[in-house]
Design a protein around this ligand. Structure first.
Ligand code: FAD
Length: 383
């Protein structure tokens, strides 16, 4: 693995840094307090090329590599995880999955719009009754002539209230467990699909997270993504790459925590000296720094495996597990450096901790990542 970034990769990282400084950083506190990121950010993310970064050029993307994607995701996560999540879901979970599993017609219909930000995607797997045990979902799609009619509910759907299309997982036929699951592309203006914003989140407050209800939602058979009954494989392939993106976002959180804590430790004086001069404060800083580098290296390894076309799913679980736990630890350590000021939202570290916390929960909790890694090590599924 070559750790030296190419000229293009350095350029794309600089582009993301500039974007965050200009379009995100000035608004972070206000968006968090208002519980809503300015929706205009979607078009801006599209215009700068981030929503189509790894989509092939023939479908309106930039055809970029996955390390570049991680660099952009890290910078967005460093700026605001709510903004980072818009890209991770619409590009990482939805557009990439259409690019991998879609028919030519589905790719032509959705990818250029998703890449430009004219349309936004969301990923509808989790339900009120099934989270970790996703293969056991109960939303049902019944064949009716040339259509499917879908009934059910989805929970905690990132981008949910803003999205134009939901990559939706539903049970078709009578096959048991995950074998009976199929994937569909459902435009969110289809009659019978309603959305409700979930308020009161601990973190990612600016993000449009929704509950979806589906009552008699009729879609043509051409909405099926991948073969009928293969939906669980579609979901798992999406989530493996998604975990790389979450991990990169966590590196961004941890890096932001480090930058803020080092700066503050140099400025804040107690007992007549900057707190940076105390060994116990330096311990907090050095713990964050090691977590940042270790999380980044694990994440870059996944990008390297993806770009070389090698198996990456277990490495993605390792990176997501470590980086998410490291982001929580790092934000918490940074908050300790800030003392009481870390506890109010005029300072950045409290939000970093709140935003980091969900990273150990979604796209597979830390326990689920350990079961994936354990299964790869032993050949025995302990789910
Ligand atoms: P549960 O599965 O009920 O888990 C509860 C606890 O039990 C956890 O600690 C878990 O680790 C543990 N547990 C469960 N099974 C086992 C086991 N076999 N062994 C050991 N421990 C176990 N979902 C989507 O589909 N799309 C999205 O865009 C999306 N965005 C989200 C955004 C936010 C802000 C949040 C909070 C969630 C989002 N999710 C999304 C849902 C997320 O993926 C689920 O919350 C997650 O998979 C966990 O499911 P659950 O909440 O039902 O917890």
């Amino acid at each position: 693995m070559d750790l030296a970034l190419s000229e293009e990769q350095r350029d794309v990282r600089r582009l993301a840094e500039d974007f965050v400084a200009r379009e995100v950083a000035p608004h972070v506190v206000a968006w968090d307090r208002a519980e809503e990121v300015d929706r205009g950010i979607v078009k801006k993310l599209g215009a700068v090329g981030f929503l189509g970064l790894t989509i092939p050029e023939e479908y309106g993307g930039s055809g970029g590599d996955h390390l570049s994607y991680c660099l952009v995701t890290e910078e967005l996560g460093r700026g605001d995880s709510s903004v980072r999540g818009i890209v991770s879901v619409s590009l990482g979970l939805v557009a990439k999955t259409i690019a991998s599993w879609g028919s030519e017609e589905q790719k032509r219909s959705w990818l250029p719009r998703l890449a430009s930000g004219d349309a936004l995607g969301c990923f509808g797997l989790t339900e009120p009754g099934t989270g970790s045990d996703a293969g056991n979902l109960s939303t049902r799609a019944v064949r009716d002539g040339g259509d499917y009619v879908i009934d059910g509910a989805k929970m905690f759907i990132t981008n949910g209230t803003w999205a134009d299309v939901v990559l939706l997982f539903a049970r078709t036929g009578d096959a048991p467990g995950h074998k009976g699951v199929s994937a569909f592309l459902v435009p969110t203006d289809t009659p019978g699909l309603t959305r409700r914003t979930i308020h009161g989140k601990l973190g990612l407050r600016g993000q449009a997270t929704a509950e979806l209800a589906l009552e008699g939602v009729r879609v043509p058979a051409s909405a099926l993504l991948g073969p009928e009954g293969k939906g669980f494989s579609v979901a798992m392939s999406a989530l493996a790459k998604g975990r790389m993106s979450v991990a990169a976002g966590c590196v961004g959180i941890a890096q932001a925590a480090l930058d803020a804590a080092v700066r503050y430790a140099g400025e804040r004086e107690q007992f007549g000296r900057p707190i940076a001069s105390y060994q116990l404060v330096q311990e907090l800083l050095s713990d964050i720094a090691v977590d940042v580098d270790a999380a980044r290296l694990l994440t870059w390894r996944v990008a390297d495996l993806v770009d070389r076309g090698e198996e990456f799913a277990t490495a993605a679980s390792q990176a997501k597990l470590f980086a998410s736990e490291a982001a929580v630890r790092s934000a918490n350590n940074a908050l300790q450096v800030f003392g009481g000021y870390g506890y109010i939202d005029e300072y950045p570290v409290g939000k970093l901790l709140r935003d980091a916390r969900v990273m150990t929960l979604y796209e597979g909790t830390s326990q689920i990542q350990k079961l994936i890694i354990g299964r790869a090590l032993t050949g025995v599924s302990a789910f």
